[in-house]
Ligand binder design. Structure first.
Ligand code: NAD
Length: 480
């Protein structure tokens, strides 16, 4: 006899407990072979004094079970504890976030009746590193980090996913016209790994027009692979275009662990009213059943859900007079799905999960040749508000050690010296680009910092300038 799979379940905040209750009742009625360890994370844990919002014993449960079904969690805005969703994804190495978005025309009103795309979002890097600083009175800074292995893993995952799921095309979205190094690395990795998948059509969009096209012509897309922030934004757009953000589930997949959830948040505006749509979390749970080898349960639940939608039994946010037949709350919607277990839709395409669905093995990361890395200069950032760029240049040049020469000064990435324009607005954060001259080495940098600090400047950060196989490893300033 096959033993049950133990999963961890968190009921979350806001509408979380309502939609989780509905989801678990449906899974139970469908005969899901699971055993549940309930864990508590988020607001309530934080209020108990656990400042990370997650207790050590919860990490133990997650690591033991390796599969986690999670309702949305409220994340405080602009302060408070860090996003637990992001913490869990990163700590457990859940590098791929898979978000299928389809329309259910004509049962759910949508501008695009034939939409069927899967967004595969990089889940650990980018601005979601959450590495942020205040350096001056006037500025705040977030660090965007893109790695080669991170990009390779997600790009490879997208191509393998396309192959395993009979998808024909993978579209990469990035902003490498502006972020030439970071987004450039992501795009280049896509082009390189893509060569190993000649059977899959491939293309690249700049993220701004890509997002617009998702809203206006979503049928142009099949599988989309993109960075963390872009993926977060476009999957909400795509979900809303299908009819509601409440309709899409998401899988967070790593080498050893997986977490399943809805794409939407805790919806505090409708919490406790019993009106939330449990579909996103339920479809996340369907993906979980596929992942744990219970494709039969996934198929039963998914088809009962499609039949419920097809029969016009809709929660308030997708209810439309003349199309829907019954407006229901969360609990009644779950009851309707349970009544339809064993049925299939007749107008919408039924779901089908073969026994090997979900089985996907990724090859190891490629060996990358190490490039020759050479230190050639340093950028020094200052907090300064005592004059013009020309004043700053003269004062800096007067104290710099001879191994470094002042190349340019910029303010927020725009060159202001030499030959800056008076129209360029300057705030209190300045960057001095110092080129290495004769005798320059890493030990010249602290000498330059000491000289600047002794002259009364406040140095707030440095960034070394390297070449890689002779190629510049930094971007030029605007106007340089
Ligand atoms: P949200 O997704 O919670 O809500 C956006 C809008 O969609 C609201 O009007 C809401 O009522 C509606 N909505 C969302 N889910 C719905 C559903 N199932 N049925 C019907 N309507 C639904 O986004 P938000 O308001 O920006 O975020 C609220 C909180 O959720 C924040 O603290 C945020 O950080 C958090 N959040 C958590 C997750 C997660 O746990 N993975 C994801 C996104 C946001």
């Amino acid at each position: 006899m096959v033993s049950n799979t133990r999963i961890a379940v968190a009921h979350g905040n806001g509408i979380g407990p309502e939609i989780m209750d509905a989801t678990l009742r449906i899974l139970d009625a469908a005969g899901a072979r699971i055993e549940i360890d309930t864990v508590e994370i988020g607001e309530d844990v934080y209020k108990k004094g656990v400042l990370t919002g997650i207790e050590d014993s919860t990490w133990d449960t997650l690591r033991r079970n390796k599969v986690f079904l999670k309702a949305p969690i409220t994340t405080p805005q602009g302060g408070g504890f860090k996003s637990l969703n992001v913490t869990i994804r990163k700590t457990l190495g859940l590098f791929a976030n898979v978000r299928p978005c389809s329309s259910y025309h004509p049962q759910i009103k949508t501008l695009h009746p034939n939409m069927d795309m899967v967004i595969i979002r990089e889940n650990e890097e980018d601005l979601y590193g959450g590495v942020e600083y205040r350096q001056t009175q006037q500025t705040a800074c977030s660090v965007k980090l893109i790695s080669r292995p991170g990009s390779e893993r997600i790009v490879r995952y997208a191509f393998e996913y396309a192959r395993c799921n009979g998808r024909k095309k993978v579209t990469c979205m990035s902003k490498d016209n502006i972020m030439k190094i970071a987004d450039g690395l992501f795009h280049r990795t896509f082009d390189e790994i893509g060569k190993e998948y000649p059977d899959i059509e491939q293309e690249h969009y700049i993220i701004d027009i890509g997002s617009a096209r998702i809203a206006s012509r979503p049928t142009d897309f099949d599988v989309i692979v993109t960075e963390n922030l872009y993926g977060d934004i476009i999957s909400d757009i795509a979900a809303e275009v299908t009819g509601s953000v409440g309709l899409c589930g998401s899988a967070n997949i790593g080498a050893d662990f997986a977490m399943f959830e809805a794409i939407h948040g805790s919806a505090p505006d409708i919490a406790g009213q019993g009106i939330a749509n449990p579909s996103g979390l339920l479809l996340g749970a369907v993906m979980m059943c596929v992942h744990i080898g219970q494709g039969d349960v996934a198929e039963t639940v998914h088809n009962a859900w499609l039949k419920t939608i097809e029969d016009g039994i809709h929660t308030g946010e997708i209810f439309r007079e003349g199309v829907s037949t019954q407006r229901v709350g969360t609990k009644e919607f779950a009851d309707a799905v349970i009544e339809r277990l064993g049925q299939k839709p007749t107008k919408l395409t039924p779901a089908s999960y073969p026994p090997d669905a979900g089985a996907m093995t990724l090859p190891p990361l490629k060996e990358v040749t190490r490039e020759d890395k050479k230190l050639v200069g340093v950028d020094v950032y200052l907090d300064w508000s005592k004059g013009t760029p020309d004043d700053l240049a003269a004062q800096v040049q007067a104290v710099l050690p001879s191994e470094l020469s002042l190349n340019i000064i910029d303010n927020r990435g725009t060159k202001v010296w030499p030959d800056g324009l008076p129209e360029t607005f300057c705030c209190d954060q300045w960057r001095l680009r110092l080129n290495g001259a004769d005798g320059f080495s890493a030990s010249s940098i602290p000498l330059a910092l000491s000289a600047l600090n002794e002259a009364g400047f406040e140095t707030i950060k440095t960034e070394n300038l390297y070449t890689f196989d002779g190629e510049r490893g930094w971007t030029k300033a605007q106007g340089e």
